[in-house]
Design a protein around this ligand. Structure first.
Ligand SMILES: [Zn+2]
Length: 452
């Protein structure tokens, strides 16, 4: 028997653009790339079925692999800022990141934008995957975020040294901004990320000021662009989102409180927004007495505001990109990557096709690497593809059940779907908490009792 030339996939095609699905479609995969896409009826005779491995399952949809616009592959599902920045040794964090990268890929995420790393772990994981040592998505990575004392990543008190394991570098002067960007670029980041505002997880009701002045943001954007990188910011407050857009940033994370001036600046400077509402919705869903510095009501208020403001931005023409914030304990790896699409539909009123676009072709706006080669079922692009049961353009939640996917292709090959063995936490992955409460003495009974 002749060896097969590649794969011939048949089914409904959602190509990742806003084109309507092709109901009876065919996709030819040759080597690592897509060679032909179209209606099955017009499949050229050269693609004779005998020469290909044919995958033709009833009711299936073929679509691009997901592109998660916001991950932190180095954060290891940390439960606290202390766990993330202080205790776990860098060597162990790095191995964990390689372990988790496979889980992310097995959720159908074939590319991802990493939105800040501790140490240089994200670059190492990206390169280890790209050079074939480990399995995982194709990563485009930010390095450490640039934060000043008002950014969320300067989260430890002023009487201690800025921790070397923090996923940020502390900048104090305008000269520091330039130096920090040049050092990140030397360390081979693809993007510069800024801690542009604070965050309710760090400080309660910290949604007021922008961490950086407009002048400082312009310095950052200009130097980042001069060195050929893209510029992102964590900006929840109105001012921080607006000023980043005015300064010429390429992408704003969150932008929950963006106003019309901010939206206008996004349109003028071609800035996209990656809301990452999954984190907020999961914090509400987990319903802890307190999450970070805030009660769940703070996150409820933010979701409410974001639902209105981001819908307004989308209606005005600002592209929105779907990202999960996977890496923190509220958003474990491999589980929530497709949730943001559902939130885009339910909270922002997008159609499922628009939401899929925001998690595939639309998200390539963030990818410095492979951006023009992934995200769409199109001849010439890399065959990063999903074959899924049902029609996600009708029910977007199908994409949240990756175990039910028939195939996940990366670079023309079906990936290994065997889940990694469950991992046991080491004692040093921790926050130093003695007890989650007070062990009070009851004089009546003469015994102790734990009070939360
Ligand atoms: Zn993040």
């Amino acid at each position: 028997m002749q060896p097969k030339k590649g794969y011939l996939l048949k089914g409904r095609i959602i190509d990742g653009s806003l084109n309507p699905p092709i109901e009876q479609g065919a996709v030819v995969v040759h080597g690592e790339r897509i060679e032909w896409v179209g209606a099955a009826a017009s499949l050229p005779a050269q693609y004779v079925e005998q020469a290909y491995e044919v995958i033709d399952l009833p009711g299936r949809t073929i679509m691009p692999g997901l592109i998660d616009g916001h991950t932190h592959i180095s954060f290891g599902e940390s439960r606290s800022e202390e766990e993330n920045a202080l205790y776990t040794p860098v060597e162990f964090r790095t191995l964990k990141a390689a372990y988790y990268a496979k889980k992310v890929l097995q959720a159908g995420v074939t590319s991802a934008f990493d939105a800040a790393t501790t140490y240089g772990i994200a670059q190492a994981v990206r390169d280890a995957i790209d050079t074939g040592m480990f399995e995982g998505p194709r990563f485009t990575v930010s390095g450490k975020q640039l934060t000043n004392h008002q950014g969320l990543e300067d989260s430890f008190p002023s009487w201690m040294e800025f921790p070397v394991g923090q996923s940020a570098v502390l900048v104090k002067t305008k000269e520091d901004l330039i130096e920090a960007i040049r050092l990140q670029v030397k360390d081979e980041v693809d993007a510069i990320k800024v801690s542009g505002s604070n965050d309710n997880l760090i400080t309660p009701d910290a949604l007021g000021a922008s961490a950086f002045t407009l002048e400082e943001l312009r310095i950052i954007a200009d130097e980042t662009h001069r060195l050929g990188k893209i510029c992102s910011t964590h900006a929840r407050s109105c001012e921080s989102a607006r000023d980043a857009a005015l300064a010429g940033f390429d992408n704003i994370f969150h932008a929950s409180y963006i106003d019309d001036a901010g939206i206008e600046a996004c349109l003028k400077n071609q800035c996209v927004i990656t809301p990452t509402m999954t984190l907020l919705v999961n914090l509400i869903g987990a319903n802890p007495a307190q999450a970070g510095a805030s009660g769940t009501s703070a996150f409820e208020r933010e979701v409410e505001a974001a639902s209105v403001n981001l819908r307004r931005a989308f209606d005005a023409g600002v592209p929105l990109i779907a990202g999960s914030e996977s890496g923190w304990s509220p958003v474990p790896y491999g589980q929530w990557h497709a949730k943001e699409m559902e939130l885009f539909v339910t909270l922002l009123g997008m159609t499922p096709l628009q939401a899929i676009h925001a998690n595939t072709l639309g998200a390539t706006r963030l990818l410095k690497r492979y951006g023009h080669e992934v995200g769409k079922v199109e001849a010439g692009r890399l065959a990063d593809l999903l074959v899924v049961p049902g029609d996600p353009s009708v029910d977007i939640r199908i994409l949240q059940r990756p175990k039910a996917f028939d195939y996940i292709f990366k670079g023309g090959k079906p990936i290994d779907r065997t889940p990694p063995a469950p991992r046991v936490r080491k004692w040093y992955e921790r926050t130093k908490t003695f007890l989650n409460g007070l062990y009070v003495f009851d004089e009546e009974t003469g015994t102790g009792r734990l009070v939360q």
